[in-house]
Design a protein around this ligand. Structure first.
Ligand code: PEP
Length: 255
């Protein structure tokens, strides 16, 4: 088995700062029967921190993995308001989003911090979902590849080659996030193939195995076309992951 066959699709829902514990529980009760017959695919949900433990519990034994949306690079310390990788792992969380553009833009998440967060997550047994992507201006001035090269190379610097394929990468063009403007199939395929080539510069074997997702205004209506692209191994879904019916329809659209 090689190439796309070796990569199990992942559809992950990033809930951002939405849903109380009670709302998260009711979503899960509604989602699980809707995706019960769906084999050969991984489903992830990324609730806010307070709902993690409850959702780990209520998804136990299902195909749904639970991911956090961020973590600190240190295992513990005087970092008020932060949460560490071992703390997440203790809850039974499967992984965490890292470097989402909202954290990079609004909370000063830096490539330097991500260089430390990625190995810290792996060390704790968490699967990172590293988000990368260009702004609209960067795309318009032809800087998309330069931006992706910078983020992928910098952020993965301290991940050893042998563990590279354990990092999921999400290509999320910033202009497509929450905007209703989805990348065309051609734009998504081109950027994701480019990211795969960047991983291959480090390790060809890892590049064949690394799951690379598309994110940015994925909806039930456009999911099938995006998820069928040869280098696209799944989706990171924001707004459309908040409704169990819609999210289940996106899961159903995966090849
Ligand atoms: C996201 O925030 O990761 C995202 C892709 O959001 P949306 O699907 O709402 O564009």
């Amino acid at each position: 088995m090689s190439g796309a066959d070796a990569r199990r699709p992942l559809i992950a829902g990033n809930w951002k700062m939405y849903k109380t514990v009670a709302e998260a529980e009711s979503f899960v009760q509604s989602l699980l029967p809707r995706i019960a017959g769906r084999a050969g695919i991984d489903v992830g949900i990324c609730p806010p921190f307070p709902a993690l433990a409850a959702i780990v519990d209520s998804t136990r034994g299902s195909s749904v993995g639970v991911y956090a949306q961020n973590m600190h690079q240190e295992p513990e310390g005087a970092f008020t308001g932060e949460v560490s990788a071992p703390m997440l792992a203790e809850l039974g969380v499967q992984g965490t989003i890292l470097g989402h553009s909202e954290r990079r833009e609004q909370f000063g998440e830096s490539d330097r911090a991500l260089q430390l967060k990625l190995p810290a997550a792996l060390q704790a047994g968490l699967e990172p979902i590293l988000c990368v992507g260009e702004t609209e201006e960067e795309r318009e001035r032809g800087d998309t590849e330069r931006k992706l090269r910078h983020q992928v190379q910098e952020d993965l610097t301290r991940v050893e080659d042998a563990r590279l394929s354990e990092v999921v990468i999400a290509y999320e063009p910033i202009w497509a996030i929450g905007s209703g403007k989805v990348a065309t199939a051609e734009q998504a395929q081109e950027a994701i193939a480019f990211i795969r080539a960047l991983v291959a510069d480090r390790s060809r074997v890892a590049a064949e195995r690394t799951r690379i997702l598309y994110g940015g205004s994925v909806k039930a209506e456009n999911a099938q076309e995006l998820l069928a692209l040869p280098d696209v191994d799944g989706a990171l879904v924001g707004g459309a992951s908040l409704d169990a019916d819609t999210f289940a329809a996106i899961v159903a659209a995966a090849p």
